[in-house]
Design a protein around this ligand. Structure first.
Ligand code: NAD
Length: 360
């Protein structure tokens, strides 16, 4: 099989921590070029991968024009996802892009349009879709294990906003991130609600900032945090049921906790991620008499080999059926934008309003 040549754009935390290890597991893929605006990131990742100096780029346009790659993977700060992805599609290259796909719904629509015009795919890194536990949970829901859904409770809370000395990185700046935990963590939760078969009707949101100023990254001065540290989102779904989404990066005693709790007419399924430990439990059948939750074993064939593997399968023409494409990215972005607008206006915002231009 021909090697797929991947170009990496944005060589920071998630690219090094999750994407690269995924590519390195595949013998028929090769990382042939990298790009970052920071020399230190280029050097660290380049040295790690043994990429020669002439294949390390500071400007993504040079990487796109280099002829060295068959596809790109974009994991920059949120502000440049869409311009880079559009340029890649225009250069004839398929794209993998981190979430949230854009800074807002309007920008993300432009990416969808470009993908349709060029006929090239945009793969979206909604990481939970590529993990066995949520995939099996979806399978159980789709197969009627708990019947019609009554409630969806999603929670993603951590203490990452409280790390001592954490500076005013792009995540804390609205003009570089779009929003805070709402788009960072919420985009995943909104996507999972859709993954479990639901669509958004409207969204109501409240949010706030706890750590209001931080020291600038490259100076002694301090600046204002302009993104949300917490968001609480109430969603009305098209099926008529509700979902709540609880998000925080200032949850003092929670290192990294995620919960997907689905309650249906015939029982419940609950996925818990507790700082790396994952468990899926269910209460169905006779266990309902005592409200007993039992751990569910995940069948081996629910593993897709991870997110990077799923992207490579798409590039090889054998797509993973649970993978997120541009449409998934856009629908999640719509819920994010509706939540922002709801906070700003103090009322519930329908998704239809965004499609009618209400986000402008
Ligand atoms: N799927 C997930 O679970 C998950 C987890 C963490 C982060 N993310 C997403 O991944 C993206 C990156 O997050 P991170 O934590 O790795 O951030 P990071 O700050 O560690 O890394 C971002 C890198 O992009 C580089 N960059 C910025 N603008 C660039 C440009 N124009 N061209 C090339 N490089 C550029 C920066 O210099 C930096 O090295 C964000 O969109 C974030 O939301 C997703």
């Amino acid at each position: 099989m021909k090697n797929i040549r991947i170009g990496l754009i944005g060589c920071g935390g998630i690219m090094n921590g999750a994407h690269i290890p995924g590519y390195l597991k595949d013998e028929n893929c090769e990382i042939t070029a990298i790009c970052d605006i920071k020399d230190a990131a280029l050097q660290k990742t380049g040295d790690r991968l043994g990429i020669p100096a002439e294949r390390r780029f500071r400007d993504y346009r040079d990487l796109l024009a280099s002829g060295l790659v068959d596809a790109v993977d974009i994991a920059t700060s949120n502000d440049v996802h869409v311009p880079i992805a559009i340029a890649a599609l225009e250069a004839g290259l398929p794209v993998s892009v981190e979430k949230p796909i854009g800074m807002n719904f309007e920008q993300s629509m432009a990416l969808e349009k470009k993908s349709m015009e060029t006929g090239l795919p945009v793969f979206v890194c909604f990481s939970w879709r590529y993990r066995p536990h949520p995939r099996y949970m979806k399978y159980l829901v789709d197969n009627g294990e708990i019947g019609n859904l009554y409630h969806i409770y999603m929670k993603c809370i951590k203490d990452s906003g409280l790390w001592k000395g954490r500076r005013l990185e792009w995540r804390f700046q609205k003009d570089r991130a779009g929003s805070g935990v709402l788009c960072d963590l919420g985009s995943h939760m909104f996507d999972m609600i859709r993954f479990f078969g639901e669509e958004f009707e409207n969204v109501y949101c409240d949010m706030g900032t706890i750590v209001k100023s931080r020291q600038l990254e490259d100076s002694e001065e301090w600046g204002e945090v302009t993104t949300d540290d917490w968001s609480n989102v109430i969603c009305r779904l098209q099926s008529g049921i509700g979902a709540t989404v609880t998000l925080s990066r200032c949850a003092t005693n929670e290192k990294d906790t995620i919960e997907f709790y689905l309650i249906g007419e015939n029982g419940s399924l609950r996925f818990l991620y507790d700082n790396g430990k994952q468990t899926l439990t269910r209460c169905t059948g006779e266990d309902q008499a005592t409200n007993t939750f039992r751990e569910v074993e995940i069948p081996a064939d629910f593993s897709v080999g991870g997110q990077s593997q799923s992207y490579l399968s798409l590039l090889r023409g054998t797509p993973d059926k649970y993978a997120a494409a541009i449409t998934e990215g856009l629908r999640s972005q719509a819920a994010v934008d509706a939540a922002v607008l709801s906070y700003e206006t103090g009322r519930a915002i329908t998704i239809a309003e965004l499609y009618e231009g209400g986000s402008k």
